[in-house]
Design a protein around this ligand. Sequence first.
Ligand SMILES: Nc1ncnc2c1ncn2[C@@H]1O[C@H](COP(=O)(O)OP(=O)(O)OP(=O)(O)O)[C@@H](O)[C@H]1O
Length: 255
Amino acid sequence: MRLTIEGLTAEIESTPIVSGVDLVAEPGEFVGLIGPNGSGKSTLLRTVYRSLRPAAGIVSLNGDDLWRMPARRAALRRAVVTQHGDVTAEFTVREVVAMGRAPHKGLLEREDTADRAVIADALKRVDMLPAADRLFSTLSGGERQRVLVARALAQEAPLLVLDEPTNHLDVRAKLGLLDLIRSLGLTLLAALHDLDHAAAYCDRVVVLKDGRVKAAGPPLEVLTPAFVADVFGVRAHIGEHPITGRPHIAVASLE
Ligand SMILES: Nc1ncnc2c1ncn2[C@@H]1O[C@H](COP(=O)(O)OP(=O)(O)OP(=O)(O)O)[C@@H](O)[C@H]1O
């Protein structure tokens, strides 16, 4: 699934928050959306969730305008993990993940064996199967995040869009989640704060600053020390990770 964002402007209360953004995620590519706090990452992603209609520009999936397709067709093509989740009522973990199957079912169609297998597999992948019968509201922040990822996996959409998916997760769960999503072969667009994660996991990064694309390309081409100092206001050392051999960015404050 190819995601194309062209000339996108998104406004909140008539104020442009992101302006003239172009972004492409090719099939199977992991694109990291990075930028300082308030640079417009979540706002841009909201236009892909269909929670904020673009003021100008187009978001398309394999050439079809995302904002013109029926909700169900959109849900079959892209799954999302938002920053604050959207589960308000008292559902069990299993019920939350089962919601991911909704786009695959007819109005009165019931869950079948195949759905149950997909749900169990999604829970297993995020190490939450033992908590399947717990109430979602009783989970810790990190556990909730993993369940919301499982719900997105259960949706089996070829494009996965995530807003800071490693938020709340402990160090092992962070790396486990990034390893997992990268291994799926899906098209991935994720807002990430950790430059080291972006360098190690993304095929390309798109850097937002003040609502505009400041640079885009492979992490090591974009995230030079001078660029990181300019955009993020920190010193960066870019090298090879001593354990994994992947690109590695260590940062320190400018003083
Ligand atoms: N509902 C809103 N009303 C007013 N301003 C908003 C609203 N939502 C976002 N903004 C503003 O839009 C700008 C971009 O916010 P956004 O959440 O998209 O940034 P971000 O890059 O995701 O930030 P962070 O890294 O802090 O999550 C910020 O200045 C924010 O205060």
